[in-house]
Design a protein around this ligand. Sequence first.
Ligand code: ADP
Ligand code: MG
Length: 617
Amino acid sequence: MSDIIQLLPDHVANQIAAGEVVQRPASVVKELLENAIDAHATIIKLLVKDAGKTLVQVIDNGSGMSVTDARLSFERHATSKIRSAEDLFQLHTKGFRGEALASIAAIAHVELKTKQEQDEVGTQIVIEGSEVVSQDVIVTTKGTSIAVKNLFFNIPARRNFLKSNQVETRHIIDEFHRVALAHPNIQFVMYHNGSESFNLPESNYRQRIVNIFGAKTNEKLVPVNEETEVLKISGFVGKPEYAKKTRGEQFFFVNNRFIKSAYLNHAITSAFEGLLKDNTHASYFLNLTVNPQTIDINIHPTKTEIKFDDEHTLYAILRASVKHSLGQFNIAPVLDFERDANLDTPYNYKDVHNPSVPNIEFDRSFNPFKEKTVSGKQITAFKKQTPANWDSLYVGLESKGTQTQKDFSSVQFESEEQTGSIFGDHTQVEKKQTTFQIQNKYIISTIKSGILVIDQHRSHQRVLYEDFLKNMTIKESMSQQLLFPVQLHFSPQEIEIINQVKEDLEHTGFLFSEITSDHIEISGVPVHVPESEVSVILEQLISDIENEVPDSNFSPTDLLAKSMAKSLAVKTGQFLSVQEQEHLVNSLFGCKEPNMSPTNKTTFITLGVDELDKKFI
Ligand code: ADP
Ligand code: MG
C-alpha cells in the first residue's frame, strides 16, 4: 500500500491556524494592539474602516523591527517573546505564540511598515495570503504600522459569516476598551471611517474608565484595593444603585490581561448579595496581579481564559475585598444628615397619605377577671374605630385572599352542570369566570375540546410586539408629553446606538428634546409606557442591540419592538385580575401569530379532553 500521509503546505496550515486566532475583525484588532503594547509603545492608533471588513490598521511608536525580524514576524511560531517552555511561566508580554501575524497574513492583504530607533531607514513588506508580494526599504518614523485589508478575502465562507457592521464594530470597540482599560498609561486613539471615535490620553485608571464610559461614571465608582501575599487587587466596583440590566461593564484583568472567569464573577456577585435589584448586574473594573508562575494562560487560543493554581483562595480574597469596599461605602449614607427622612419610612407607610395614630378605645369598665362578654365587646369597639386608611394596608392581602376563593368557587362552577343540585344556589351569584391564573405564571382557559395553558409573560410579549410593530410602521403612534423631561445619562457608544434607532423610537411615541454625547433628554413617551420604566426600556434596548446576533433579515424596527415588548410585558410572578387575564387571552388570540412569542417561544399549549381522560385511567 502506498503512503498517504502528507505534510500540509504552510499556507494551508496557516489558514487552519488562522481559524483559531482570527474569528472576526475584532480578533485582528486585539492581536495588533497587543503587539504594539509588547513593543513598549506609548501612543497607539487604531484605524478601522467598514467595521474592520475593509481595513484594520494599528500604528504604534514602539520599538519597531529590524529588516530580518520584519520578515520573520510573519513566520509561524516566530516570536521574540519566549525562548523556552519555562518562559511560559514567566510571561510579562501579551503575545508568546508567534502565531498572530502568520495567521493574519494567511487570510488578508497585509502591509507592514516598521523602523527601529537606531536605524536610518525602515522596512516595508506587503504580503497577501501568506505570499510575500514585495519588500522595500522605506523612509518612516520609529515604530510599526500594520494594515490588514480585506480580511478573509480567500475564505469567502468566513467572510459571509461576518455579522452586520454594527455587530462587528461592537466587537472591535469591546476589544479596544479591554486593551485600553488594561493600559491607562498608554495613549489610545481610535478612528472609524475617518472620524475619531475615541481619544484616550495617558491617565490614571479612574480617568481612563471615565474617558471610555462617560463623565457620569465617575460618581458610580467605589475603589477596591487589597494586597495579600498571593494577590493584589486594585480597581473599582460600581455602586449597587447603578447596577445595570446588562453585563456590559464587567472587566477582570489578570496581570494586565483581560480575562473571562465565571468563577471570579461569582465571587463579585456574592459580595453584592442583597444589594442589587433583581436581574441587575454589578459593574466592575478590577485588576488582579498574581505571580505569573501561578497561572496558565496557554489554555485558550484567544487567551481570554486562564487557569489559576489556587482559585479558591482568589475567590475568597476577591469576595472579601469587594464586600469590604462596599461596606465602607454603605456606612456613608447613615451619616448623611441631608438624607430625606421619608426614604427611611417603611414601605407600607409611604402609600398612606395621612397616617394618623390609631384611635385606641378601651373599655374603662374592663375587668380581666370578668370573662368573655367584656373582651368580646372590646374587640368590636376597636374594629369600628380603626381609621379607614389603615384598612388600605391590607387591601393587597385581602384581594388576593378573595381571589383564591373565587378561583376555587369557579372550579366548582365548571362542574356545576353535574353537581349543581348538590351545591345548591350559592354558586350562581358570580358571572361565569373563564380564566384562572396559576402560580402567577400561567393562565388557564377552557375551550370546547379541553383547556388552554397560556404563558402570561410570553403571550403579553406577543401582544405588545405586534402592537409596537404596527405603530412603528404606520408612524402614527400617540405620545404622552412629560411634565418634566427625563434626563438619562449614557456612555458615548450607548448614545451612538440610541441615535441609530432614534427615528424608530420616535415612531413608537418617544420624543427627544436633546441628545448630547453623554446624555439624552426625553420629553415624551409612548402612551402605555410608564415614565418610571423609560430608563429600563432604553437600557434593555441598548443591550439587545449590542448583543443581538442579527440574522439576514435583521431590522432595527423589529428589534426595537421585541425589546420594548420584553421590557414591558407582565412578568412571571405578577398577579393578574380576572379582567386582566381575560383581556390578555383575548388580545393574544387577536394577534397575527398568537402561538409564538416574538423570540419564537411557545406562548400556549392545549390539553385535550382525551389527553386528560388518559390521565384518569
Ligand atoms: P507573538 O506576539 O505571539 O510573539 P505575533 O505573530 O503577534 O506573535 O508577532 C510576531 C513577532 O513580531 C513578535 O514576537 C514581535 O517580535 C514582532 N512584532 C509584531 N508586532 C510588532 C510591533 N507592533 N512592534 C514590534 N515588533 C512587533
Ligand atoms: Mg502577538
